[in-house]
Structure formats: C-alpha cells, structure tokens
Design a protein around this ligand. Sequence first.
Ligand SMILES: Cc1cc2nc3c(=O)[nH]c(=O)nc-3n(C[C@H](O)[C@H](O)[C@H](O)COP(=O)(O)O)c2cc1C
Length: 330
Amino acid sequence: MSRRRANPRRHGTAVDGPPWTAEETTVLDRAVDRAPSVHDTRPWSLTVQGRTATLYEWAEAKQDRHDPEGRDRHFSCGAALANLVLAVRSIGWATEVRQEHSPDPPDTVAAVTGTRREAPTATEGQRYRAITRRTTYHRIFEPRALSYLTRETLLAAATSPQVYSRWVMGGTEASNVASLLAHAARTSRKDRSHSWELAMWSLGQPDEVPPGQGVPDDTSGSGGVRAAGSAAPAAWLPSEQQLGAWIGNESVLVLSTFSDGRHDHVSAGTAMQLAWLAATSLGLAASVITQPLHLPEVRSGLRERLGLPGQPQMLMRFGYPAFIPGPRRF
Ligand SMILES: Cc1cc2nc3c(=O)[nH]c(=O)nc-3n(C[C@H](O)[C@H](O)[C@H](O)COP(=O)(O)O)c2cc1C
C-alpha cells in the first residue's frame, strides 16, 4: 500500500459526478504501489479526495550518498505517476494531470483528476495490464534483435513533449557509452563507502563473465549488492571492451530532457515507465541504468558524444528475456 497522509491536502479542479469509490481508490493505490523505484524505496505517498488523486514525493526516502540531488527519487515518482494515470484511465475516466512547480507544498509531484467518463484506449489497457507483470530484468537477453516496429513502439512510448529519447546506434556510440560507464565505475570504486553503487551494467554477473575478463574487485566485497537492488555483484564489472560489445548487441535507449529540474526528472520517470510497460506488453524485458548518470561528466559526455539536445537522464536496455522472471514480490 502507498503511504497515506493523515492530513491530506486538497488539490484539483471542481468536477461533477461521483467521487471515486473505495474499490476504485484501491485500484489506484495498487497501481502506484507497483511502480519501480530506486532500491525499491517507493518514495511517494498518495491521497485521494473526491476524484482527484495527489501524488507526493516522500522526502524521508533521501539517499544522500547515492542520490544527493534526488534524481532517482524523482524518476521513481514519475514512474508512479505513469501508473496512476493509467489506473485512472482503467477505471474509465479521462484525466487532467497537473504537475506542480511551486515549492508550496514542496513535495507534491502531481494531482490527477478524473474529469469525465471515458473508456481507456487499447494501448492504455495493455499498458495498465502490464503493470503487474513488469519487473526489472538484469540478465543477458536472448540473442534476438528487436524488430524495427518494436523499436519504434518503444521509442514512441519513451518520448513526450518534455522527453527526447533515442537508441544508441552502432559500434562507435556503443564504445563511447561504454567508456563513460567505465569511468563512472572507476570513480565509484574509489569510494569504499559507496561500493554498493558499483553496479552499472546488468550483465556483469560472475557466471556470465568469461574467465580473465571483467575488472577484479580490489576495493569491496560482493555481498549485499544484489540485496541493495543493484545490478551486479561488486566483485565483477565487465571490461570496457566487453561492455562496448554488449551495448552494441543490445537495444539501449537513452532518455534525455530539455532542462534538468525536478519536473524534468519526473517526466523522464514517466517516460521510462511507459516504455517499460510497452516493452512488457510486447513480451520484452528491460532494466534501467541511472547511477553512472549521477556524475555530471557522464551526462555531459553522453550529450557531447551522442549529440543529444538536452540532459541525458538514464539508459534503458530492452530485449527478449532468456529466462522467465519470477512473479513480483507483492
Ligand atoms: C530510478 C530507478 C533507479 C534504479 N536504479 C537501479 C540500480 O542502480 N541498480 C539496480 O540493480 N536496480 C535499479 N533499479 C531497479 C529497482 O531496484 C527495482 O525497480 C526495484 O527493486 C523493484 O523491482 P522491480 O522493478 O522488479 O519491480 C532502479 C529503478 C528505478 C526506478
């Protein structure tokens, strides 16, 4: 269940018609609860009043070392917002979404109002149903390319007026991305207390790293990294060359925003989740990489080397799962 506030603040447009019932409110709550979040912190809360659902950022979920600017927290809230809007559509209401800018109250993410009766579209229905099936997939994908149509569908899902997305294309771009990710890993490794953040790519699992490859761990143990929600045990990171080859063989999307404030991060998180749900509904698996992009030089490097128009916020990898992920933990 999402955390509820004792004293909900009122938001929203005056709208005619019945308030949402307890059952409808439960649908919204469950959908929000199932959004992906950094280290599964679910850094949000939800209140419902009348036909307005208001999503708040849960500031207590701060991760000062890992995420001093709150980028991942904002992305996570954006993912929750995507689920909330789809849930409102699934119960048959057209939505009005107001993303809050003002610092008063500071932690409001958005208020979503059901304005009038309107059935969901087929695409919205598919994405809503994918909410419970979506999981993070850190493993190697099947060696099977995504079709042009599939890639276009994912690209469209990850694109909005605030978010520009594009695929990493070809060997040179893959090498450029790999060298920036390797830089992030090296930087992170210098900080022992930060060692659980080492996971930067999902493929560096010990049984999948060929002998003699990868970067041997010399600064931290491997325990606990997976438990912390990170992708790879700290004992193994792929070499830059190996990483470049992997990136080149996968479908890797880079999501960027035109500016770099909280609102942009939330929009990027929403686009991330819509692409993830689109992928899930197509039988694909995905994972998200944000940690390396916490470093400003990695963001500026990606912008320059990929010729991006704004601020890169995250990478997403998509593919056909080589094994079927287990059920989600709820
Ligand atoms: C913004 C964001 C950042 C994330 N960062 C990482 C990460 O650095 N390493 C990792 O292994 N998983 C990461 N994840 C995946 C979460 O750990 C995962 O979503 C959460 O544990 C819930 O699991 P599920 O996605 O399978 O439902 C991230 C997810 C989000 C939304």
